[in-house]
Design a protein around this ligand. Structure first.
Ligand code: G4P
Length: 534
């Protein structure tokens, strides 16, 4: 049965997205401006928690603040133009790419932020590839127009060739750097001139025009800039067909807009495009091969993130559920597919960064954080009526490995428990050595910073003074038959370890060993990722 009336309308007005960018491209700054336009914050500077302002920040862990990086991700919700927008924060640092991957599983569109001077950077490319994998529509926001940078045509060409994606400029910049004057909005046919004197929300002068080369705006800016823009627009307008929303929704073209997050130029223009074109919640595929409509009357969702100790005083653990269909009500009973049991979702929260508010109801497209007493793992699906299992969220092969020691031998058990929590959270992966056993697991991570965070969290959250003893491995692979079944024995004298869901895995020192394993076992596939759910 499908929902109608108000609940259906609520679902249709949800827009859930994430910003992907290379560190320093301006994600925090843009987020802050979006929250400002959404009325969540009333003064810019709040997100970064600058001196004297309230820290409505997504970078809420101490270490994140110290290092100026966003490790964990949270959800920010605001209303704009009668839409309920959920912005999911993604960690910028490459060592936390798995976290980002999971977040991107939970969104319906993304905004790719690009620094006008730097163009497509390494991390942007990786994140873009993840979006491509799910085929979600991507907006592009070219940032820092108030600084000198690449010419717009050059930049668009770079994006198109590096990412193999067609761009469709919806706006065109008028000048750049010191001589940045504003934007031409190709859809509304408006020239928008910004007041550059203020380092914040400046005034905008809007000149409606009939065509881009309407002489009406000629006198408003220096002649050489006008001529330059006209020359560029002659080219753009001459070759581009009208904007095709269908192609955008199919992930084939990316609408591009320009601006300066810092000076709040063009952020409202982006937000308007977003509201006009961003898709609402889409049907989700299940493992059974069916699709669940977001307005299906039955509630369903999946866990894409688990975060322990968000509030130190309560030492709690929160499972973040992306609602895929229907309506969530606090206290409702749901069926947990993996455990095959019923659970009551008693405490539920929505988050504005570290601030949480109790939520009584939420709809498909929303993210709710539910208190978890150990029932949930990443990738678990839940449903109100029937057992559903959405597609798996994979985990990827770690590249750094260590065993952990604790200074106080009496605290070994506590350390094991802590490791197990953090592995359920997805912060680390654990592997069992058949000769050593589960009491001393091998820890695997993707990046160095994850180890640093691990040691810090052991100290801060569990009061354990630990040290890491590094292991020489750098390659982990899950051996599989060609039809995906786990392989328990290999030729060539390889030790078979187990991951936390009992899957056989090999840990090797270097690629050379992997090539040897492949040579000895030609009928075995060595997978770099594995489904997380059991
Ligand atoms: P991130 O989250 O993507 O890592 O980037 P963040 O917003 O922290 O921005 C990185 C730096 O770039 C910051 O400078 C920020 O002010 C600056 N920035 C962001 N957007 C713009 C823009 O449109 N124009 C210009 N000129 N700069 C921009 P910072 O020096 O690290 O910090 P701050 O002292 O300026 O806050």
């Amino acid at each position: 049965m499908l929902l109608t009336g108000l609940p259906a309308q609520e679902i249709q007005r949800r827009r859930t997205f994430a910003i992907i960018s290379h560190p320093d491209a301006g994600k925090t700054t843009l987020t802050e401006k979006l929250l400002y336009h959404g009325g969540v914050i009333h003064q810019t500077g709040e997100v970064k928690g600058k001196k004297g302002t309230k820290a409505v920040t997504s970078d809420w862990m101490e270490m994140e603040r110290e290092k100026g990086i966003s490790i964990t991700s949270s959800v920010m919700t605001f209303d704009y133009q009668n839409l309920r927008i959920n912005l999911l924060d993604t960690p910028g640092h490459k060592d936390f790419s798995e976290d980002t991957y999971r977040v991107l599983m939970a969104v319906d569109s993304a905004c790719m932020l690009i620094d006008v001077a730097k163009g497509v950077e390494e991390r942007t490319k990786k994140l873009y590839d993840v979006c491509r994998y799910r085929n979600i529509p991507i907006f592009t926001f070219v940032n820092k127009l108030d600084r000198e940078g690449k010419a717009p045509l050059e930049l668009i060409d770079e994006i198109e060739t590096t990412l193999q994606m067609q761009c469709y400029p919806l706006t065109w910049p008028i000048g750049i750097g010191q001589r940045y004057k504003g934007l031409y909005n190709r859809l509304t046919k408006e020239v928008m001139l910004y007041d550059q004197r203020r380092d914040d929300v400046g005034d905008v002068q809007v000149i409606p025009v009939s065509v881009y080369n309407d002489p009406k705006w000629k006198s408003a800016i220096p002649e050489d800039i006008y001529n330059q823009v006209l020359e560029e627009l002659d080219l753009v307008e001459g070759v581009l067909p009208p904007f095709d929303v269908g192609e955008f929704l199919a992930g084939k073209i990316s609408p591009v807009t320009f601006g300066s997050a810092k000076q709040n130029f063009g952020v409202d223009v982006f937000l308007n495009f977003f509201c006009q074109f961003a898709p609402g919640p889409q049907p989700r595929k299940t493992k059974q091969g069916t699709e669940i409509d977001p307005i299906d009357a039955n509630f369903s969702g999946f866990v894409f993130k688990i975060q322990a100790n968000m509030d130190r005083r309560h030492r709690d653990r929160v499972a973040f559920i992306r609602i895929c269909s229907g309506k969530f009500e606090r206290g409702m009973k749901i069926k947990h597919s993996r455990h095959d049991k019923e659970i009551r979702l008693a405490y539920s929260n929505q988050f504005v960064a570290a601030d949480r508010e109790t939520v009584d109801e939420a709809f498909a497209g929303d993210i709710v954080g539910v208190n978890d007493t150990g029932n949930f793992a990443i990738g678990d699906s839940v449903g109100s009526e029937t057992k559903v299992q959405f597609e798996d969220i994979p985990k990827f092969a770690p590249e750094l490995f260590a065993r952990m020691g604790v200074s106080d031998a009496m605290k070994r058990k506590k350390m094991q428990e802590a490791l197990s929590h953090l592995s359920e959270e997805g912060a680390i992966q654990l592997f069992i050595d058949p000769f050593v056993g589960a009491q001393d697991p091998i820890i695997g991570v993707v990046g160095e910073l994850q180890f640093e965070v691990l040691v810090r969290r052991m100290q801060d959250e569990y009061n354990l003074d630990v040290r890491l003893n590094r292991l020489p491995y750098s390659v982990a692979r899950w051996p599989r038959t060609t039809d995906g079944k786990p392989v328990d024995t290999l030729k060539g004298n390889f030790t078979i370890y187990r991951d936390m869901i009992e899957q056989p895995v090999i840990l090797l020192n270097q690629e050379w060993d992997l090539n040897w394993a492949k040579k000895e076992n030609p009928n075995v596939e060595f997978a770099t990722s594995i489904a997380r759910a059991r």
